[in-house]
Design a protein around this ligand. Structure first.
Ligand code: GAP
Length: 481
């Protein structure tokens, strides 16, 4: 059964810090709210997730290519995209604590409390009412919903609320050295616009025919007001986005195609399908005619990890209008010029990272053959994504064993990430590798010198077997690709 587990969530945050996955940013200065740094194993894991997505998009599709566009873009882009006017969330302030809340988060938090108290129907009722009010931009109605349910501020404990107002989420900065002449520009809140404004450059240079896609991975920035929940909601984060350009009128079939295709990617990585579901949007973004979230059962509840949006021709048409440049495609199969329609798939890399840790983290206890209790914390990260694939462990630091271990390291490190460790007892070293999610360890002992075999230990089962040293590279390689 799938249940919320806030304790597991806290344990994951502590584990991520203790084992070098994620650190609070600027920690020696007491941190910076909702900004995080990735440590040695976190950056490896993040890179592996990024590579899996990139390869699934570009290598596995003949008609999808990648780009890497700049974070700074012409400020008119954000006017044309609608972000200057529409990229805002309804917020409400508590007059006593002076704390500001995103209205949907405040109401969702309250519904979670109802659910925890067993009042599931009330929780569903309030969420449906909220969805309808948000879809109609009915701010007075939203405030009414908060007041009739006596939703309190967590800090002041009071219901002394202001009116509901819109706040734009984009960060701005100045381009140019002289303050009076500097232009205000924005840090991009999504990577997608870098794809739209390069649509013709890419289509022509890569000689693409519709339907085709352009993929991009990169940083995005949003001034999230309520940014809690670790790396789930950050102010600086990374997106993996793909815009798929299609003939107008075919959007429904491609929308269904990408919905299915993206779900297959998630489960194909080794994450269980019962932890996923689709959630159709009731309130559509300003650019969409259909939208669905792929949600995952995180320890903090069902939450969005990826969005699939049918963006119509909104962005290209709007850039055409604002820039005065034609952004059209000549379709020689039907002898027509048109502005293509777009299906977008958009996934947060950091959220996918959190999903991976949520899936992987386990605290295990068992009774050994001698009757004593034993335990471990293990990250059951799918081997393809694991930061370290193979730990190479000489049993002792002498008798020529480190030399053999170094030879194995030399042979394997070109193919996958290996880690050499000779300190501590072998048991402690295994536990440490479990905590880092390393799927395979090989131990080199005195028998290795006699018959060139090693012990390979499997993280998930903790089983060990003796295998020829010469087979290690292929054995691991077959599991991590
Ligand atoms: N281009 C469309 C777009 O940006 P979105 O639903 O706002 O759509 C897409 O964002 C994905 O980006 C989300 O599904 C989520 O995984 C990730 N994301 C959005 N805001 C985020 C934040 N503040 N912190 C971390 N990830 C975020």
């Amino acid at each position: 059964m799938i249940t919320n587990d806030p304790n597991k969530f806290q344990a994951i945050i502590s584990h991520a810090k203790e084992y070098g996955f994620v650190f609070p940013s600027s920690e020696i200065y007491d941190g910076l709210s909702a900004v995080y740094d990735y440590g040695p194993w976190g950056s490896e894991l993040k890179r592996n997730i990024r590579d899996q997505w990139w390869n699934a998009m570009t290598r596995m599709h003949d008609n999808i290519v990648g780009i890497d566009s700049a974070i700074f873009m012409h400020p008119t882009i954000w006017k044309a995209s609608g972000h200057v006017d529409n990229f805002s969330d309804p917020m409400i302030d508590n007059r006593d604590s002076k704390k500001r809340y995103r209205v949907d988060h405040l109401i969702e938090g309250f519904s979670e409390e109802l659910r925890a108290a067993g009042r599931t129907e009330d929780a569903d009722r309030i969420l449906s009412a909220m969805d309808l009010l948000l879809a109609e931009n009915d701010f007075a109605g939203l405030k009414g919903l908060i007041e009739t349910n006596a939703i309190k501020c967590a800090v002041s404990g009071t219901c002394n609320w202001t009116e509901v107002r819109q706040f734009n989420l984009m960060f701005s900065t100045q381009l140019g050295s002289v303050a009076e002449e500097a232009n205000e520009i924005y840090l991009r809140p999504e990577t997608a616009q870098g794809i739209f404004v390069n649509f013709l450059n890419v289509q022509k240079t890569a000689r693409l025919k519709i339907p085709f896609g352009i993929a991009q991975v990169g940083k995005a920035f949003r001034n999230e007001i309520v940014a809690r929940q670790f790396i789930f909601r950050m102010r600086e984060f990374e997106q993996m986005e793909m815009q798929f350009f299609i003939r107008p009128g075919t959007q429904r079939e491609w929308y269904e195609y990408w919905k299915e295709e993206r779900m297959k990617w998630h489960t194909g990585l080794g994450f269980s399908s019962d932890h996923y579901r689709y959630h159709d949007h009731v309130k559509l973004a300003h650019y969409a005619d259909a939208a669905v979230d792929i949600e995952y059962a995180f320890p903090i509840g069902w939450k969005e990890v990826e969005g699939i949006h049918s963006r119509t021709d909104f962005d290209l048409s709007s850039h055409q209008r604002f820039s005065g440049k034609k952004l059209q495609y000549f379709d020689n199969e039907i002898n027509q010029n048109y502005v293509p329609f777009v299906i977008e798939t958009s996934i947060g890399l950091d959220r996918m990272f959190l999903l991976t840790l949520s899936h992987a983290y386990a605290e295990e206890k068992w009774t050994k053959e001698d009757g004593k209790e034993d335990s471990r914390v293990v990250l059951r990260i799918p081997p393809k994504l694991a930061p370290i694939k193979l730990a190479i462990l000489p049993l002792v630091k002498k008798d020529g064993l480190p030399e053999i271990a170094r030879e194995i390291m030399k042979e394997c490190r070109d193919d996958f990430y290996c880690f050499y460790e000779e300190k501590d007892t072998i048991g402690k070293r295994y536990r440490r590798m479990d905590a880092l999610g390393t799927p395979f360890c090989v131990t080199i002992d005195h028998q290795t010198k006699e018959d060139m075999t090693v012990t390979i230990r499997y993280r998930d089962s903790m089983q060990q077997e003796r295998v020829p040293l010469a087979s290690v590279r292929d054995l691991v390689r077959s599991q991590v690709r």
